[in-house]
Design a protein around this ligand. Structure first.
Ligand SMILES: NC(=O)c1ccc[n+]([C@@H]2O[C@H](COP(=O)([O-])OP(=O)(O)OC[C@H]3O[C@@H](n4cnc5c(N)ncnc54)[C@H](OP(=O)(O)O)[C@@H]3O)[C@@H](O)[C@H]2O)c1
Length: 245
């Protein structure tokens, strides 16, 4: 892998939370970061506050915009496909529009980006941000949990298929204190959420490591171990108690 100071790295979902913190970390290490999201004012503030960050507005629910972006982005050394959305609610209270936003943003956008970036990323590193919710099925986030299970299998399948071409990895964090979790439905879990800069530091090290899969945090890794030894339906029953609205 090239030294970071010589790398051009794409980070999606860089207007807040984990993506923003990672963009800052990568730029502070000397990388040239292409930071994307929909909120232009947030991206501009980020680029004004840190050297080495190029803001690019990109709505990941727009397939044409993704194609145009990828055609114009130029050669990349890395990409961290981090943008994502969730909804925490009883499945029957959900709506088609938010289900479609989760499937489009968390799944289809990453599939489209991965295919279109295969050439610009040749010889580089691609990290997909999944979630612990992709490894342990979460009641009240059924659609989100399904999209993140997709990311895990998609990423690991691509890793094998693209060995020697693009180094693919999946980063699967548990709860983090970000805009995504600043919601009433998760109010009782606030004390258990990880600090975003700490998780971004872990994501940064994972990006540099070239490894396949990372679950940051000892308690999250314990949950993954439990998923190996406990029957999965039992684990989801336990999760139901934690996440019950
Ligand atoms: N927070 C957690 O507890 C947690 C746990 C496990 C995994 N994760 C994963 O970590 C990643 C980052 O989440 P976060 O916690 O940092 O959430 P966040 O603060 O809400 O940030 C989400 C980012 O995604 C961008 N985004 C959402 N929809 C988009 C769209 N249609 N087009 C372009 N950008 C879009 C948002 O930017 P704009 O709104 O400006 O477009 C924002 O920058 C997600 O993949 C999430 O699933 C989070």
């Amino acid at each position: 892998m090239k030294p970071l100071a010589d790398q051009r790295i794409l980070v999606t979902g860089a207007s807040s939370g984990l993506g923003r913190a990672l963009a800052v970390k990568l730029a502070s290490e000397g990388a040239q970061v292409i930071a994307t999201a929909r909120r232009e004012d947030r991206l501009r503030d980020l680029a004004d506050a840190h050297t080495g960050i190029e803001p690019r507005v990109l709505d990941l629910m727009n397939a044409d915009a993704i194609a145009a972006f990828c055609a114009s982005v130029g050669s990349l050394d890395g990409a961290v496909l981090n943008a994502g959305v969730t909804a925490v609610e009883r499945f029957l209270d959900g709506a088609d529009i938010s289900d479609a936003a989760m499937v489009d943003t968390n799944i289809m956008a990453n599939v489209r980006l991965a295919r279109a970036l295969a050439e610009p990323l040749n010889g580089g590193r691609l990290v997909l941000v999944g979630s612990l919710a992709g490894l342990v099925a979460l009641p009240y986030q059924a659609v989100y949990s399904g999209t993140k299970a997709f990311i895990q299998n998609f990423g690991l399948a691509l890793r094998a298929e693209w060995a020697g071409r693009v180094n693919v990895g999946v980063f699967a964090p548990g709860g983090i204190k970000t805009e995504m979790t600043e919601i009433e439905a998760l109010s009782k879990l606030q004390g258990a959420l990880a600090d975003v800069d700490t998780v971004a530091g872990d994501l940064f090290r994972f990006y540099c490591s070239g490894k396949a899969l990372r679950v940051p945090g000892a308690s999250n890794r314990a949950a993954v171990m439990a998923a190996k030894f406990l029957p999965r339906p039992l684990l989801s029953q336990l999760m139901k108690r934690v996440y019950r609205p």
